[in-house]
Ligand binder design. Structure first.
Ligand code: FOL
Length: 203
């Protein structure tokens, strides 16, 4: 049987305004949260398969060079322009010009989960794509003000019955797999408190 792949968007955002970035990077440094991102995006459930991470060119450039391409995952970079600069310097990542192009390039590879890892421009367009059926959202709360200049445009997040629903923790655990241990309580790091959640598209 041939099935169209589903996409999972993974993001950490300050609620309720859904701020995600500041000056081309993340607005915070959350060590545990980054570990969760690494584990969730790396852990494939099918033997011999890898997960893929699809990101925009600016997100690629925001990742410390020592961490890219993100290890143990197939990295795909979306760009409207040339491939040379990216491929020349960084090899080992696929370059695509649209989500459809990215998915075409992943066809025939042993790919398990496909994650969309940002940034804002990519998130805000992919969220409208019917193939995006899950959002792994880390809901971040801050004690004081946080400088942010980049936001998710997900109006459904602050509305009820807008096509997306919060999934139970059991669904999150089953999606990420038994190897990843979810915390019992909210996590506190510096002046931030956060929790891991899953939202699912309603048919
Ligand atoms: N999703 C979530 N939940 N948290 C994030 O911080 C996040 N960040 C991005 C996309 N989705 C996210 C994009 N930004 C790295 C750096 C920036 C980045 C994504 C990844 C990075 O260096 N990742 C390494 C982790 C190294 C470490 O453990 O410190 C990796 O191997 O994944």
């Amino acid at each position: 049987m041939v099935t169209t792949p589903t996409l999972t968007l993974i993001v950490a955002a300050l609620v309720p305004r859904l701020g995600i970035g500041h000056q081309g990077g993340l607005p915070w440094k959350l060590k545990q949260e980054m570990k969760y991102f690494r584990q969730v995006t790396s852990q494939a459930s099918k033997p011999g398969h890898s997960n893929a991470v699809i990101m925009g060119r600016k997100t690629w450039e925001s990742i410390p060079t020592k961490f890219r391409p993100l290890p143990n995952r197939i990295n795909v970079i979306l760009t409207r322009t040339g491939t040379d600069a990216l491929q020349g310097a960084d090899g080992a990542a696929l370059v695509a010009h649209s989500i459809d192009d990215a998915l075409l390039q992943l066809q025939g590879k042993l790919v398990d989960k496909i994650f969309i890892i940002g940034g804002a421009e990519i998130y805000n367009s992919v969220i409208k794509d019917a193939r995006t059926t899950r959002v792994l959202l880390t809901e971040v709360h801050a004690e004081g003000a946080v400088e942010m200049d980049t936001f998710l445009d997900f109006p459904w997040f602050n509305e009820e019955n807008a096509g997306w629903a919060r999934a139970p923790r059991t669904a999150l655990q089953s999606y990420i797999g038994p190897e990843i241990v979810l915390p019992e309580q909210d996590i506190s790091e510096g002046s931030f408190v956060y929790n891991y959640s899953l939202f699912e598209r309603q048919e």
